[in-house]
Write a protein that binds this ligand. Structure first.
Ligand code: FES
Length: 319
């Protein structure tokens, strides 16, 4: 086991909504779990060998206990099915320490949290944090139906109740404002934080662009890479050995180089976690990830071979 991994026990598994279960994780050994910031996630090593990233959705002030919530995804590549079907109370799991790629700016301005479905998970920990700090915020939780809302009672009956508005297709409308209207009516220095399925995220981000929100006030986290991994073939060269391999239209660079014995560590395989980050010595990568910033993409000196491709016919990698 890597020194960087933590062994935890599933202290509680709870059905939170249709196809959504939460898992509370406590340390197996004496000592505390590392503290985490709102928006952070952990890697969870699943019983079927997959590693998946899940946002911590409890309060950052709750001691020695992490909580995650997972939607059973019919299009799952094995992660969400595995955790639902194979992980139960009392089981032992290995996890990574928390990492945060979705940080709160400083919370001092008005904060607009826009959640689409299970995208509520990182925003819930932000909401608890902002509430405890006495900061201004509203969490708008969009979902298809009441049956699909995770933590409904906890939110409606708890400390966050006054700051949360539900937008549910099967309930009387409480707040008729659309995403666009919420963005339009936000104070000029407000920050927006959003997470949810790609369609929801696209809609929020397009609305911020249309309304002229500057990038530094728009924060988001995605569940999947920005685009399909398929594309034209290109050649990858391994700088240390001079080996080269053609990456086919439907395979990733990680899969292609594995055929010549080069093993690139992966985790999410969706351009989210950065585990596979690899230096580019020559060539122009076609970035498909959500991990690097726009400025880092523009430098073209590193890329995520689990999903990104190449604009140039040859990509030379520092491997
Ligand atoms: S494995 Fe997560 S970004 Fe490539």
């Amino acid at each position: 086991m890597s020194a960087n991994q933590i062994t935890v026990k599933v202290a509680r598994k709870r059905r939170e909504a249709l196809d959504i279960s939460s898992y509370e994780l406590v340390p197996v050994e004496a000592g505390d779990l590392p503290a985490f910031e709102p928006g952070a996630h952990i890697d969870v090593h699943l019983p079927n060998g997959l590693i998946r990233q899940y946002s911590l959705c409890g309060t950052p002030h709750q001691e020695n206990r992490y909580r995650i919530a997972v939607l059973r995804d019919a299009k799952s590549r094995g992660g969400s099915q595995a955790i639902h079907d194979l992980v139960n109370e009392g089981d032992i799991l290995r996890i990574s320490p928390p990492r945060n790629l979705f940080k709160l700016f400083d919370g001092k301005q008005e904060n607009l949290l826009l959640a689409g479905g299970i995208g509520v998970t990182p925003l819930l920990s932000m909401a608890y944090h902002l509430h405890k700090k006495g900061c201004q915020f509203e969490l708008h939780y969009f979902a298809r139906s009441k049956s699909r809302v995770a933590f409904l009672d906890e939110i409606r009956m708890g400390e966050l109740a006054k700051n949360v508005v539900f937008h549910l297709d099967d309930e009387p409308v409480v707040d008729v404002r659309s995403v666009r209207a919420l963005l339009e009516s936000a104070p000029p220095d407000a920050h927006v934080y959003t997470c949810g399925p790609m369609g929801f995220l696209d809609h929020v981000l397009k609305s911020t662009q249309d309304l002229g929100w500057p990038d530094h006030r728009v924060h988001y986290e995605s569940f999947s890479a920005a685009g399909p991994v398929e594309g034209d073939s290109f050649e990858v060269r391994i700088q240390s050995t001079g080996q080269s391999i053609v990456v086919g239209p439907k395979e990733t660079v990680v899969q292609a180089v594995a055929r010549i014995g080069v093993d690139i560590p992966v985790s999410c395989e969706q351009g989210i976690c950065g585990t596979c980050l690899t230096k580019v010595v020559d060539g122009v990568p076609a970035h498909k990830d959500m991990y690097l910033t726009d400025a880092e993409h523009a430098m073209n000196n590193q890329f995520t071979p689990c999903c990104s491709r190449s604009f140039s016919p040859v990509l030379v990698l520092d491997l």
